[in-house]
Design a protein around this ligand. Sequence first.
Ligand code: ZN
Length: 295
Amino acid sequence: MFGICSQQGEILYESSVHTRTVLSPEGLAKSIHDHLEEKNLLNCIRAIGIGAPNGNNLSSTIEFAPNLPWKGIIPLGEIFENAFGVPVSVTNDANAAALGEMVFGNAQDLKHFVTITLGTGLGSGIIVNGELIYGHDGFAGEYGHIQVIPDGRLCGCGRKGCLETYVSATGVVRSIAELQSVSKATSVLIEKNVTSAREIFEYADAGDQFAQEIIDYTAEILGKSLANFACFSSPKAFVLFGGIAQSGEKFASKVKEHMEANMLNIYKNKVEIRISSLHNVNAAVLGSASLVWSK
Ligand SMILES: [Zn+2]
């Protein structure tokens, strides 16, 4: 997905190209370039921000990205600079979301916060003193891979018990099979063969007890984890972003409850849980564009 965004956060144009249909990163840059040239939009581009899985801001590369057809270390920033002739900034998608929240979203009043993006996996972007934390090599803020359950579920990273194996769209679905054997609640999740997090949330809203148990379980693991994460940077808020987070206030308030119950005294009742305000507009485009404006 790509778009053109004004400094005021207005998306002037957007479109998409599937990364599977282009054979190389150079081919991706060229196809976007040619598309915008055809629409007569090249002249208005001053800089480019790219948010991509495993995008590294320090080296302007994507490194061993999952779900992308190109393997190894790809100098994506350089490739786009060559194609467009403007400055290019690269970061990972969760970091882009954090910047988007600070520049255009629900954290414009904050200098210390953490975004938690809940999609297929769990991403995080840590803002301290109004700046994104990149760490010594550009990969700071991988909260999704903090191991929260000893010897727990196998994660895509090869280790066990990572937060994202429980708290993500796929994690919520994995909870169906795991909790089914211990739950006494009545439910239609099994007979309806529910296989999406969205449906689980809908059934929970409609009063399905087992679906509610799954959501409580998810909120508890996330809430406890956020209580731990608060110790690291003392954020003013955690901003939840993504389908699960934005399914309503109920999930967020349960997360808050569990976070407070597990919080160290000095942080109690000081850390907000906010829900991203970027869901109605295109957060991917705005987040990546904020990379440029935040420089
Ligand atoms: Zn992991």
